[in-house]
Design a protein around this ligand. Structure first.
Ligand SMILES: [Zn+2]
Length: 415
């Protein structure tokens, strides 16, 4: 029997599966490099799900679709009373997305099972591969598992399909979501391998990222009332230009967010300008401010600093500005001991690691409420993601899959 530490995933089989998966949603006449459009509940999503279910059954996983449309593959453990170690990701994509986001984690999870089968290794804990439904537009599947899928979320439309109808289409049942719900504490741990989608690892030339947490997000709405007037006859001195105030706020967000060193980010990404005409001084602007940072405390302080600046800008521009918080998403912290297990697994494989914070949302942030969570990142070439140009080298992909494999085995022994 092979020594546990010698176990490796089959890198060429992992690559082949990712390539096979990439045909679902590929533009007509395109190649792997053209990426995919595999929006949740679309025909491409359905076809890719059938492919994945086949792979999971071939890997002798007891496979089913839960009421939230998640594909779950269960492998029994030696200790039947113990909680499952769950790992997986998603296979839906954004429109014109790439071949690695979510998909690497799913294909590596199935590959891990195949390797254990081939070496007849049986873990103490049951293992579960999870392919979460509709990650990209609302994290439907992982949210439902927590019992946090609202009526409003079910009515939300994804590419023209109501989420509730979409769930029926993929084999779920929105009227029985409670059956997909899992109790807090019911899983041993959750692991997700994912591409970084940024350039931190590439710049540092490190092959494995150990995620310390997924950022907290605060969203604000800024409502600016100036005075709409003629762009030819209103002197500069007389103007109460709502768009000028918005421009100053955009600059203030930049200044306040970069005031201290750190990975925190702030974005003004959406503006409504009224009346939005070339020859009219804008009378009204509504725009977004979104701030992301792991520490809720730092996030709150950034928001308050911007609020102070907004008050000054209102005075400077003689406008009235309402600055209101409309959303707060708590951060999801990775469990410290799982981070250590990932580091030990990587080091056993001769791979360098660094800790980093995920600025993007992942199913893992939902699962962190069910049990201890850990995430493994691999480098994204040029930091590009949500694009057909999204790329991770096959070597980095198999490194990540090996770290996932060894982390699962370590967690199984440790707990
Ligand atoms: Zn993803």
């Amino acid at each position: 029997m092979i020594e546990w530490s010698e176990l490796r995933v089959n890198a060429s089989r992992l690559q082949r599966c990712l390539e096979e998966l990439s045909v679902f949603g590929r533009p007509v006449g395109g190649t792997f490099a053209d990426g995919i459009t595999r929006v949740a509940f679309s025909e491409a999503d359905l076809a890719s799900r059938r492919y994945v279910i086949e792979l999971m059954r071939a890997a002798r996983l007891d496979t089913w679709i839960d009421a939230a449309g998640n594909i779950i593959g269960h492998r029994k453990g030696r200790d039947t009373a113990s909680k499952p170690i769950v790992f997986g990701s998603h296979i839906d994509s954004v429109p014109c997305g790439g071949n690695f986001d979510g998909q690497l984690g799913c294909m590596a999870s199935i590959e891990l099972i195949r390797i254990l089968n081939e070496h007849d290794i049986w873990t103490h804990h049951p293992l579960e591969v999870a392919v979460w439904s509709n990650e990209e537009d609302g994290m439907t599947g992982s949210r439902a598992v927590l019992g946090e899928l609202s009526r409003k979320a079910l009515d939300h439309t994804v590419n023209g399909v109501r989420v509730a109808d979409g769930l029926r289409r993929i084999g779920g049942d929105p009227d029985r979501l409670n059956e997909a719900c899992r109790a807090r504490g019911s899983i041993e741990s959750y692991l997700e391998l994912h591409i970084e989608q940024g350039s931190v690892l590439e710049s540092a030339r490190v092959s494995i990222g150990v995620v310390d947490g997924i950022v907290s997000i605060d969203a604000y709405e800024v409502d600016i009332h100036g005075f709409q007037n003629h762009a030819g006859t209103t002197s500069m001195r007389e103007r109460r230009n709502a768009l000028l105030a918005a421009a100053k706020i955009i600059q203030a967000v930049e200044t306040e967010v970069t005031r201290f060193p750190g990975p925190q980010v702030g974005t003004v990404g959406h503006l409504d300008v009224f009346p939005n005409a070339r020859n009219v001084v804008p009378g009204w602007v509504k725009h977004s401010v979104e701030l992301r940072e792991l520490s809720e405390d730092t996030l709150h302080r950034m928001g308050e600093a911007i609020r102070l600046r907004v008050q000054e800008i209102a005075t400077e521009t003689r406008t009235e500005i309402a600055f209101s918080q409309i959303e707060h998403n708590a951060p999801a912290l990775a469990a410290p001991d799982i981070q250590q297990h990932i580091e030990a697994a990587a080091s056993g494989l001769g791979l360098q690691t660094m800790r980093l914070t995920s600025g993007a949302g992942h199913d893992a942030q939902m699962l962190s409420k069910l049990g201890p969570m850990g995430m493994i990142f691999v480098p994204s070439v040029d930091g590009i993601s949500h694009s057909p140009k999204e790329l991770s080298t096959w070597n980095d992909c198999s490194n990540g899959a090996n770290v996932l494999l060894h982390t699962v085995l370590r967690l199984d022994r440790a707990r």
